[in-house]
Design a protein around this ligand. Structure first.
Ligand SMILES: NC(=O)c1ccc[n+]([C@@H]2O[C@H](COP(=O)([O-])OP(=O)(O)OC[C@H]3O[C@@H](n4cnc5c(N)ncnc54)[C@H](OP(=O)(O)O)[C@@H]3O)[C@@H](O)[C@H]2O)c1
Length: 252
């Protein structure tokens, strides 16, 4: 996918990984639509990179539809907006389950549903989903977030097969732990020693590489692809290790 002169919409670009992706796409000559929910943060990023700000709450179907209607023709769609939740499943407010699934899974699917027809009509486009290693391995205390990201992975993989030969590519970027405000927002800091957090610009570079080369899947950092591979070939051992080294939410 040629990024220069392409119209790129990056969701969740008011902060963290999305802001870096928006900046990098702008540097490579794309016309960038900077999506966010917070007006000030979104305007600040758009001003800094010379993009156009656009606001919407993607945890609601109406917000997704508004974004799709306001975006116009989009060649590159980076589905990055997301939020986490950490803590024992039964301590989660029931409404938060719907909200997380709406933002992290169904919102991204609905936005794709709205913008894909234009890409297919023009015979060119690239979808890039920002998933999470949590969706590949399962994480104690992050059951709903992990389920949403696993769903996003399965959706992207299926769509990639369905769209083969159409001119529209599908990529998934799978970060492990990234230095952003994500952990503060979800209400619990990252406390494990491994994997170490990587800077958000490293994930942004992987997103742009995936878009330009139509890469199906990129793990950041690359070595973390070992975890789902071990889970697939030695599931019992993987589960023993996960119990031993995973975050212990049972005692909290
Ligand atoms: N950080 C990590 O360790 C990590 C690891 C794996 C995967 N990821 C994934 O990477 C993506 C980006 O995360 P990040 O680390 O950059 O997080 P972040 O710094 O918290 O940024 C999250 C972005 O999503 C937007 N957002 C949150 N709730 C929204 C809503 N209801 N409607 C619309 N936009 C909303 C935020 O917009 P406002 O600021 O305007 O509210 C912000 O732009 C997420 O999908 C996350 O699951 C992160």
């Amino acid at each position: 996918m040629q990024v220069r002169d392409a119209a790129a919409l990056v969701t969740g670009a008011s902060a963290g990984i999305g802001a870096d992706v928006a900046e990098l796409l702008g540097e490579r000559g794309a016309r960038v639509l900077v999506h966010g929910r917070d007006a000030d943060r979104t305007a600040a990023v758009a001003d800094r990179i010379g993009g156009r700000p656009i606001l919407a709450d993607l945890a609601t179907a109406a917000g997704v539809d508004e974004l799709a209607a306001g975006a116009g023709a989009v060649d590159v769609l980076v589905l990055n907006a997301g939020a986490g939740h950490a803590g024992p499943f039964l301590e989660m407010q029931a409404d938060l389950i719907e909200e997380l699934l709406a933002l992290d899974l169904t919102g991204a699917i609905r936005l794709t549903h709205a913008l894909l027809p234009g890409m297919l009509a023009r015979g060119r486009g690239q979808l890039c989903f920002v998933s999470s290693i949590a969706g590949r391995t399962g994480v104690a205390g992050e059951a709903v977030y992990a389920a949403a990201k696993a769903g996003l992975d399965a959706f992207a993989e299926s769509l990639r097969l369905e769209l083969a030969g159409s001119g529209v590519g599908v990529s998934v970027v799978v970060p492990a732990v990234v230095e952003t405000g994500f952990f503060a927002r979800r209400g619990r800091p990252y406390e494990r020693r491994s994997p170490r957090p990587v800077p958000s610009h490293q994930v942004a570079a992987a997103v742009v590489r995936a878009i330009e080369a139509d890469r199906a899947e990129v793990f950041v950092p690359g070595w973390t692809r070992i975890a789902p591979a071990v889970r697939a070939v030695a599931p019992a051992a993987f589960r023993r290790l996960s119990l031993r080294y995973g975050e212990d939410v049972r005692s909290r």
